[in-house]
Design a protein around this ligand. Structure first.
Ligand code: NAD
Length: 353
């Protein structure tokens, strides 16, 4: 604190509450928009159609082709459809994949975005856009991709399958854990990270036992908002770098990869910054890596990278890619250290710290 800090908030309007998505039309009109294109994945196409119907004359069409990692060819088809329909905003209904498509359209066209998130990924409150083209994933940061309005409606998450709730919740916790030691952290982001982790720690076990518990669903979504917010405000480190490598180069599933890696990367960094990670130790009870591992195990999370089809022989190359370019991390490391950490995560071992 004595060193001073910079805090940059976001201008997005956040609307939170059961049933809040039913008032999406009000938010579209408040933005001065009249021609919404509703986006979703193929799996949520029916929900998108229902939303489109509710929007009535304010909706000019739907595009239900969103998919993981925001492929540029899908974006180009969606941009063409938006142009053809003269859409003046997108309404993204779904998880990080759908939000990613909305952001990619906004990046190219500058049209307004209203996001209705249905997972805990947090992309809706970050200026980050990851895209894939020709098998390569690139990430950019731009204020142009920040949505204007985010509507968190916990009722829409009641049906999020338990397995996905667990891994998506751990994905959110990963944003918060790395925010605690981010180089550009500040007291506000640390406070939000701590509150977000605590909310998810309380909510996830209840969701596992009782997936339609409204109270727990609301708490988890609130936690996800806070964790996503800090992801958008401070720089991530080793954990996100390794997950980006595994997802981008080996096609491992996004939330599951975060869930498996989290205890290992945080346990690794806890050696260097135990004070900064004290909230993790306090909330989850124990040394940070081991406490996160025990928590993940208790809620039925996947624990081993080998379960995602990643081969042991891939680990050398993964360690090489993840250490190719330097980036800030609280603990220094070399390729051998990351190779050994990956081995432990591949096998699903309880981390040593
Ligand atoms: P996802 O959006 O791919 O969703 C996974 C599946 O679950 C999809 O089929 C989806 O339709 C379905 N689904 C979502 N919500 C549901 C619900 N409530 N009920 C039933 N089914 C539901 O998964 P995700 O983990 O939310 O997002 C992952 C993607 O988001 C990745 O591409 C990742 O890179 C990106 N991401 C980006 C950022 C960022 O800041 N740019 C942050 C986090 C994630």
């Amino acid at each position: 604190m004595t060193q001073g800090f910079t805090y940059q908030g976001s201008s997005a309007r956040i609307v939170f509450g059961n049933g809040a998505s039913a008032r999406a039309a009000v938010h579209i009109e408040a933005l001065g928009c009249r021609r919404a294109l509703v986006l979703s994945t193929p799996q949520q196409a029916r929900d998108a159609d229902a939303l489109a119907e509710r929007l009535g004359a304010l909706c000019v069409g739907t595009f239900s082709g969103a998919t993981m990692h925001t492929p540029v060819d899908v974006t180009e088809r969606a941009v063409a459809k938006a142009a053809e329909l003269k859409a003046d905003c997108v309404v993204s209904l779904g998880g990080g994949s759908t939000t990613g498509l909305g952001k990619a359209i906004a990046y190219r066209t500058d049209i307004a975005q209203i996001v209705i998130p249905t997972t805990y990924a947090g992309s809706e409150v970050t200026p980050i856009l990851g895209q894939t083209e020709g098998g390569a994933k690139t990430t950019l940061r731009s204020p142009k991709v920040l949505p204007e309005v985010v509507i968190y409606d916990p009722e829409l998450t009641l049906g999020l399958p338990v397995g996905m709730s667990v891994t998506s919740g751990l994905n959110a916790i990963a944003h918060a854990a790395e925010a605690l030691y981010a180089e550009d952290r500040n007291p506000i982001t640390s406070m939000m990270a701590t509150e977000g982790m605590r909310a998810l720690k309380d909510a996830l076990p209840v969701i596992v036992a009782s997936p339609r518990d409204g109270e727990a669903r609301a708490k988890a979504l609130y936690g996800a908002w806070l964790c996503g917010t800090v992801l958008g405000q401070v720089a991530m480190a080793l954990h996100h770098k390794i997950c980006h490598t595994l997802g981008g180069s080996f096609d491992t599933p996004h939330a599951e990869t975060h869930a498996v890696m989290l205890p290992h990367t945080i346990g690794f960094n806890a050696i260097a910054v135990p004070e900064l990670l004290r909230p993790v130790a306090e909330i989850f009870g124990g040394s940070p890596g081991q406490a996160l591992y025990d928590f993940a195990k208790s809620i039925g999370s996947p624990l081993a990278l080998k379960d995602f089809g990643l081969k042991e022989s891939d680990l050398d190359r993964a360690a090489e890619i993840a250490t190719r370019s330097p980036y800030p991390n609280p603990r220094t490391f070399d390729r051998a250290a990351i190779r050994s950490l990956l081995q432990s995560a591949w096998q699903g071992e309880r981390p040593p710290h």
